[in-house]
Design a protein around this ligand. Structure first.
Ligand SMILES: Nc1ncnc2c1ncn2[C@@H]1O[C@H](COP(=O)(O)OP(=O)(O)OP(=O)(O)O)[C@@H](O)[C@H]1O
Ligand SMILES: [Mg+2]
Length: 254
């Protein structure tokens, strides 16, 4: 992996990936400008999670070029390659299941990465963690164990943990789909605030079309391993060009 002079936080050209004979990413060309919030939508199996995982080196891709957060990732880079470490420090990831460490307090979960990966001082990291907890509405739960929190609260901690690394790019894969409607609202409100601030470049896989329309700068539709639509939310959701996207939005709850 090499450092590039590219300005775009995410730039994929001709990105391809197959599992055996099944092509899962069939040549993705996509670029994200700093501060954008992209909503990535589309039918199940379209390649959304695979694409996201390629962006932070959790999956290797087979061909094409990929630059993320100023770093160029080569095809077939092994997921455990030390060359991916700088990438992981610059790209945050939030999953559907929150993946918090159950034996650590909320505060320790948030501080872990900055302390051990970035080797920042504890005072500084804790101060930032408490600010982030306040931001996601959980300042008073710093010393709780994750199991004492609701799903929505745990997901907000997971977002604070990702932000504690001060990532250039934040990737979120269906961050609200494991939550009931009320908790979804709490988490979406946090994401909406982040998007409005414009300080974090975000790529969010979501089925929340109302959120995508209201918050995203652009909506991408993935289908069959291809980026079949890319444009402003009203255009893509309201008047999609491709037959496939028309069928998808016709079926998606708004
Ligand atoms: N480890 C794997 N081995 C083989 N095939 C895989 C693997 N991971 C994903 N796939 C296949 O790749 C395709 C894309 O999967 P992916 O998880 O990226 O889709 P998705 O768009 O995120 O779908 P969903 O909306 O259901 O989460 C699917 O056909 C899936 O079966
Ligand atoms: Mg997925």
């Amino acid at each position: 992996m090499t450092t590039t002079g590219m300005r775009a936080p995410i730039c994929a050209v001709g990105l391809r990936k197959s599992y055996g004979t099944r092509e899962v990413l069939a040549g993705i060309d996509a670029q994200v400008v700093a501060g954008e919030t992209i909503a990535l939508v589309g039918p199940s199996g379209g390649g959304k999670s695979t694409f996201l995982r390629c962006l932070n080196g959790l999956h290797a891709f087979d061909a094409g070029t990929l630059e993320v957060a100023g770093l160029s990732i080569a095809p077939a880079t092994h997921v455990s390659s030390p060359s991916l470490r700088p990438l992981r420090a610059r790209v945050g990831m939030v999953f559907q299941g929150f993946h918090l460490f159950p034996h650590l307090s909320v505060l320790e979960n948030i501080c872990l990465g900055p302390l051990h990966v970035k080797r920042e001082s504890r005072d500084r990291v804790e101060a930032r963690a408490l600010e982030l907890l306040a931001r996601v509405g959980l300042r008073d739960r710093a010393l709780a164990q994750p199991s004492m929190l609701s799903g929505g609260q745990q997901q907000r901690v997971a977002i604070a943990r990702a932000l504690a690394m001060q990532p250039e790019v934040l990737l979120l894969d269906e961050p609200t789909s494991a939550l009931d409607p009320e908790m979804r609202g709490e988490v979406l409100a946090v994401l909406r605030d982040l998007a409005h601030d414009g300080n974090t470049t975000m790529l969010i896989v979501t089925h929340e079309m109302g959120f995508a329309r209201a918050v995203a700068s652009r909506v991408w539709v993935f289908d069959g391993g291809k980026l079949v639509e890319d444009g402003p939310p009203d255009e893509v959701c309201g008047n999609p060009r491709s037959e496939r996207a028309r069928a998808f939005f016709g079926a998606a709850p708004s």
